[in-house]
Write a protein that binds this ligand. Structure first.
Ligand code: PMP
Length: 433
């Protein structure tokens, strides 16, 4: 009884002291007390396999990362106006993973702030205001980031599309006009961006930037069709715009066969935006640009960020990168991701509710439908599945504009055994639906 009382009090205090527009996961809320790698532990003694937290990239409370943070905290944490090895060491290590021309870093504290800066840089360089985004995209919570996030401005409480924001079709080969069987789907979806540029030109405008994730997260766990970005970037560059890759969710080896999502598309963005996994949960994000862009943005106005690039953040980022490399987590993302995708595709043969399985590495989605022909989204069913998966010890979540895509993006230490357990649990639950 005592525990229940304190639990209820915590919920009441949260309601009183915390902004109300923040939902809590699950009908029966969880109080998680501890995390270790891919496992989370609640106050009732339950253990959960975390199948969804792509922020705790190398695992919750990974000892190498914790040690690096702690050690740096005991000696110095201050802003970047003094020389410090950590800043340059991390920038060097980070940019070593990127194409050589992308070697100038701006460190920030969140993905939103980084996207905001990427847009500001693009607008300054091009002298244009207009931004092309993908429908249903999410790029963050700052005012500028919300303006370029249809997921937010088109949703509840949204304030409508700004005239300088242009939505391009989400290149969704499961639901869109050009399916998996169309070898030119990428080029055809990219034509919508070209069209958007043509409409702008009629008003005497051109795009400052095109921004999209290199696999779509909130848009529904969607890998981009082959040749999509190469065609989009061609159109955008021809119009003088800057191509921004939002790697906040999918970067750092998650997609398995490559380190960065944009590499799956064989393109080199002008600006890459990094966040979430870069600090394994520590607030760290970055904008990486070419020397040419950095020079053009050197306007005379300083770019100073109180916390961005501080020695503790830099030590953290470096430890995360080293851990990815030392533990060969990109390879694990590939092997475990392939195993998981195959297992889900097998389940799809047995359970007609699974309409589509897609992904790369440990960035995976399974779309649930009531009918494979009409593709009616199985919304009530997915909520049940997620709740029951939790009861069986798996934290999994939903995404997509229709709220019917099971999203799986665990810490990269997620093992083949974890994947086998997840598939078995999902099989049991779908059999009983
Ligand atoms: N871009 C993408 C693709 C994201 O998923 C998010 C966060 N969900 C952001 C940007 C914003 O990052 P943050 O929450 O760190 O501001």
């Amino acid at each position: 009884i005592q525990q229940n009382d304190s639990y209820n009090q915590l919920e009441l205090d949260r309601k009183h002291f915390i902004g109300p527009n923040l939902s809590i996961s699950y009908q029966q809320h969880l109080k998680i007390l501890k995390g270790a790698l891919q496992y989370l532990y609640d106050d009732k003694g339950h253990t959960f396999i975390d199948c969804v937290n792509n922020v705790s990239h190398v695992g919750h409370c990974h000892p190498t990362v914790v040690k690096a943070m702690y050690q740096q905290m005991t000696s110095l944490n201050t802003n970047t106006r003094y020389l410090h090895d950590n800043l340059v060491d991390f920038a060097k290590a980070l940019t070593a993973t990127l194409p050589p021309q992308l070697h100038v870093c701006y460190f920030t504290n969140s993905g939103s702030e980084a996207n905001d800066l990427a847009i500001r840089i693009s607008r300054h360089i091009t002298g244009q205001q207009d931004i092309i985004v993908l429908d249903h995209a999410y790029h963050g919570t700052s005012t500028a980031a919300i303006e370029m996030s249809p997921y937010k401005f088109d949703g509840k409480g949204g304030f409508a599309q700004k005239p300088y924001i242009h939505k391009a079709i989400n290149p969704d080969q499961y639901r869109g006009a050009y399916g998996y069987d169309d070898p030119d789907a990428g080029e055809k979806y990219a034509a919508d961006v070209e069209n958007s540029i043509a409409l702008m030109a009629r008003e005497g405008k051109s795009p400052a930037a095109f921004i999209c994730e290199t696999l779509l997260g909130v848009g529904g766990q969607i890998p981009l069709p082959p040749n999509y970005l190469s065609n989009v970037y061609k159109h955008v560059k021809a119009a003088g715009g800057i191509c921004i890759a939002d790697e906040v969710q999918v970067g750092f080896g998650r997609v398995g066969s490559k380190f960065w999502g944009f590499e799956l598309q064989d393109v080199i963005p002008d600006i890459v935006v990094l966040g979430k996994p870069i600090g394994n949960g520590h607030p760290l994000a970055a904008v990486v640009v070419t020397a040419k862009i950095a020079e053009a943005f050197n306007t005379g106005m300083e770019y100073f960020n109180t916390f961005g690039g501080n020695p503790v953040s830099m030590a953290t980022g470096k430890a995360v990168l080293e851990t990815i490399q030392q533990e060969e987590l990109q390879q694990n993302a590939l092997d475990t991701g392939n195993y998981l995708l195959e297992g889900l595709k097998n389940l799809m043969q047995k359970h007609t509710i699974i309409g589509d399985v897609r992904g790369n590495g440990l960035f995976v989605g399974a779309e649930l439908v009531r009918n494979r022909i009409t593709k009616e989204p199985a919304v009530a069913e997915i909520d049940k599945v997620v709740e029951q998966m939790k009861e069986q010890g798996f934290l999994i979540s939903t995404d997509g504009p229709l709220h019917n895509v099971l999203k799986i993006k665990p810490p990269l230490v997620f093992s083949i055994k974890n994947a086998a357990q997840l598939i078995a649990a999902l099989d049991r639950i779908l059999s009983q639906l």
